[in-house]
Structures are given as C-alpha cells and as structure tokens.
Design a protein around this ligand. Sequence first.
Ligand SMILES: Cc1cc2nc3c(=O)[nH]c(=O)nc-3n(C[C@H](O)[C@H](O)[C@H](O)COP(=O)(O)OP(=O)(O)OC[C@H]3O[C@@H](n4cnc5c(N)ncnc54)[C@H](O)[C@@H]3O)c2cc1C
Length: 463
Amino acid sequence: MDSLIHRLQALLRADQCLVGLDIEPRYLGDTMEKLSGALPLAVVRPESVAQVSAILRSCNDAGVGVVPQGGATGLAGGATPAGDCIVLSLERMRGVEEIDPAARTLTAWAGTPLQAVQEAAWDAGFFYPVDIGGRGSCQIGGNVATNAGGNRVIRYGMTRDQVLGLEVVLADGTVLTSLNKMMKNNAGYDLKQHFIGSEGTLGVITRVVLRLQPQPRSTCTALCAVSGYEDVLRLLQALQGSLGNALSAFEVMWPDFYELITTRVPGRPAPLAQGHGAYVLIEASGSDAARDQALFQAALEGVLEQGIVEDAVIAQSQAEARRLWAIRDGSGEFRSVFWPHVGFDVSLPAGDIGRFVAACTDAVRRRWPEAKTVFFGHVGDSNIHIGVKAGEGDQPTDDIDAIVYGLVRDWAGSVSAEHGIGLLKRHYLRYSRSEEEIALMKRIKRTLDPRNILNPAKIFEMQ
Ligand SMILES: Cc1cc2nc3c(=O)[nH]c(=O)nc-3n(C[C@H](O)[C@H](O)[C@H](O)COP(=O)(O)OP(=O)(O)OC[C@H]3O[C@@H](n4cnc5c(N)ncnc54)[C@H](O)[C@@H]3O)c2cc1C
C-alpha cells in the first residue's frame, strides 16, 4: 500500500493527494449520514485525463480499489469508500468546454455541477432538461454514472436520453474518447451505454457530450385533487391526449404525504383541502405563452367536467407555481418532520401502483400498527418514493427493507427506479434482475475491469 501511495504522490501535487488527517469528512460518503464509510488510503483530485489514467494504471497494478466520487449526493452509497481503497474525486475537472449551437450539444468535464450545466445551456439560448434536488452539488459525471432521472422524465427522458458522447478512463488506464455529437451513429456497438448507470464500476467518466433542447417559453402549473389512484391514471391519459408532448411533469402525492407537508412544514399551506384521495402536480411547457395557457386551461376544464378531477388550482404567476412545487419538494424537509425513516425509490407498472400502495401500507401496519408512511413520486414514469417510519427512534431498517422490497419483487417492480443500487440495495438486486442478467453484468465487469478495482463491492459482490 505504501508503495502505491508513494507512486500517487509522485504523480500529483501534495494538494491533489490527501492522506490521513488531511482527508475531510465530505469524502467519506454520500450525504446520508448512515452511509459514511471508512477512511480511504488516500483521496486523489486529478486535474486532467492524463492524471486520471495514470492514477488508475497505478491502482490497477497494485490491485487497490478506486471509488469514483462526484458530488456525493447519491442516495445508495455508491460513492462511499469501503475497505482499503482510493477515493478519486472529479471535483477539479469541472467546467463547460464547448457549446455547439449547430449540433445543439454541450460538452462538459465530468466534475461540472448539474446547475452549472443548466445555466450555461440557458445562457446560450438552450435548455438542459434534467433537474434534481441535488442540482447545486451533484456533478454531471455523477448524473451519467447513476443515470439520474428527476421531475421531467415524462417529457425528456432520463440522463441516458441526453448523452450523445462520453470520454471514459478504463480500469487499466486506457482512455476511451468518444465525444460523439450526432443523434444518429450506428457504427457498431454504442459503447457509452455500458457506462451510463454503471455507478463507477466500469470506468471513470471524464467528459460528457449532452443534447440540448429548445428553451421552453412558457410554463403552466396546476395542482389537482382526485378521488383515488384510478382517477390519477385517467387524468394522466386525458392530459397526454390533450396536451401531448407539452406535459412536462406529473407528480403524484398520496394524502399521507400531502397532509404531512401542508400541516407540519412551515410556509406550505394547503392550496386544496385535505381529505381527497390523491393530489397531482401538473406542469406543461411550450413555446407560445398565450396559446399554451389557453390549451392548459381548456385541458383542465375538460377533466373537471368529466369528473376526473374533484378540485384544481392553476398557478397565476411564477411565485404561485413555486408555491405549488414547494409542496412536492417538501420531501426535502423530511429531516425536520419525518425523521428518522427508511426511504425507498422503486418502480412498478403504472397500472399497479395504486394497489401496491394499499398492499404496502397494510403490510407495514400489520407489523407496526403505529407506523407512518408517505407515498409520492413521478407516477408518469412508474416511479414512486416511499417513506416508512415504524415508530420513534432507531428504525428496524432491515425488517422494513425486507417487507417493502419483498412486495416490489412480488409485484414485478424494480428495487431502484433512479438512485441506483450502490451499497444499500446490493442484497435486493436479485429481486428485480434474473440470475442470467446478473451473470452477464458480472461478465461485462470482468471484461472491462479484470482485477475488480473499480468501485468494488458496489451493485454486487464479484466472486
Ligand atoms: C435532495 C436530493 C434530491 C435528489 N433527487 C433525485 C432525483 O430526483 N432523481 C435522481 O435520479 N436522483 C436524485 N438524487 C440523487 C443524486 O443527486 C443523483 O444520484 C446524482 O446523479 C448523483 O450525482 P453525484 O455527482 O452526487 O454522484 P455521487 O453521489 O458522487 O456518486 C454516485 C455514483 O456515481 C459514481 N460516480 C460519480 N461520478 C463518477 C464519474 N465521473 N465516473 C464514474 N462514476 C462516477 C460513484 O462512484 C457512485 O457510484 C437526489 C439527491 C438529493 C440529495
């Protein structure tokens, strides 16, 4: 180990290779405290692709694990150091390298914060549509490595759908530069797809080419109350018919979530009465403010007349729209009003979500009669987030996990909709992937990283 550290110190300046007490706590894991990992052998902060390549070559030769780290906002423990390893932080490889207006692409270094990518795109007259709560801290490389989703997936897709090209450094130090800017490129395998969503286990992403979208010129927002999940589905179908591709968010909140946020979080009064079966936050965006507003208004009048929606409020200003979004984003306040709890990010076929929520609530209450639950999420993308609080104080996390993930398996869902598997969900990967699928994942891992140095023990254990 000492010889590896000496080799890294010879490659890098002292401030690029931190050891011992110089390692700040922020490098020890994801933002969730319970994921804080062991002290790594060193934290390296490369400033060029050549340095990333030399670091990986050295670690590969020494057979020492490397944990790629972006903004450490992941919620699955993927960036948490485990065992004797080196943390490779991308924080010094940041900045937008180029915006190509003709190709409508943006090329950025992997360590660029998502918000900086969004702002650079906007300043150049374009729009980068992926948006998540951790935008100020998470990095575009981390977004690619986790295939981040967020609120607008229903219209624009996940991060995978935005990526045209990548530069990746493989475990042995090989630099794979594939900064493609073209929508169509079927020249052999699309290798970048292997790295998107691979959680740092197949390569270190150093540069990213992203597709940009036209800027939306108008945004309409409304909150609707419906009697239950069947009407959530009817509403989604009706709005997809009337608004088509303009529908840019369809966020559902079950009454437990809505009541918690509008009752307990200061400054989030309920715009619609409590007591409805479900609440849906709807957003549509377009290119002609007057026409879009009229279309949106007509679409909502239609669903009210058909009895699909019981009550609705349309935001009349950006400030009102922000207040409606603040209710959905109230999940960011869980620490003060719903803590501690065990959180889940799962997917289910959209048609089953209503019955799944009822089954999940029943199963939890059978075990802990006083338990509290919250359900909310991006139902237009089949994704729900669940919070379970069995009681006050320390949570029986393993038991709660077993109940919820067991149900997800039984209902043919996915144990990870958008946060990845990391360390937290490793034992449940087989609930959503067959043995053959996992075996093939491991073959790909062995091919690209034969010495298993890249984020070892994340997603699955290699044997
Ligand atoms: C308040 C909040 C809201 C969130 N909302 C959402 C949401 O709506 N949707 C969603 O999908 N996620 C959400 N997240 C989770 C998180 O922000 C995303 O997973 C994000 O993409 C992680 O980026 P990061 O830079 O922080 O990566 P990290 O947490 O540093 O790393 C995540 C994984 O990617 C790997 N990795 C990081 N950078 C690289 C790289 N350059 N090359 C190779 N591997 C790398 C790491 O090894 C790790 O396995 C949220 C998080 C917070 C805190």
